[in-house]
Design a protein around this ligand. Sequence first.
Ligand SMILES: N[C@@H](CCC(=O)N[C@@H](CS)C(=O)NCC(=O)O)C(=O)O
Length: 199
Amino acid sequence: MYKLIGSPSTRAMRVICCLEELGLDYEIIPAKPGSDEAQKFNPSGKVPALVDDDEVIIDSTAICLYLADKHGQLSFPCGTIERAHMDSWLYFITDEIDAPLWVWWKHSFILPEAQRIEAIKPACQAEFERAMETMAIRLGDNQFLMGDTFTVPDLVMAHCAGWAQLGCKFPMPDGKLRDYLKRIRTRPAFRKAAKMLKG
Ligand SMILES: N[C@@H](CCC(=O)N[C@@H](CS)C(=O)NCC(=O)O)C(=O)O
């Protein structure tokens, strides 16, 4: 059975959604970010981490990709053009969506108050909004980021969008992008994961 280090209120949520989509058994060890417990699995103390037998994998996106590749769903084979496009989405989401959200979040809640810079936050929101505009164009009329196939970038994106809307209170434009996010959030795996978040 897989062991997931990190609680649903963190990026561990992405891995929970992935494990649920794949129908896999897992146990959650709700180590807090930066705790001694988390540091046993990741020298930075960050979560999530995944334990698979004697191996520990860190970073939510790498974990989801590993699970998807290993279990032959939610991704495309390495070396295919589809995989190239799928990876392109993943880097876009981590660089241009997760990164500004994380900077905004750190300067709102995580850093010691003396290190927080309020003035950086509007720039983070603007970067996020620009990425959403790009995303809406790239998504077009597709059901998912990779057309008809639901893949790992969809689940990372859905997590980022929830974080932006509920955590940062960033407005989400109406239209195809909102419909796309709703399509993901109403999947059974996501509904189950959302219940875990509410406790
Ligand atoms: N790129 C990493 C980021 C992990 C990360 O920053 N996790 C947060 C919780 S969501 C954390 O552990 N923060 C503690 C810290 O920054 O020291 C991932 O996607 O797993």
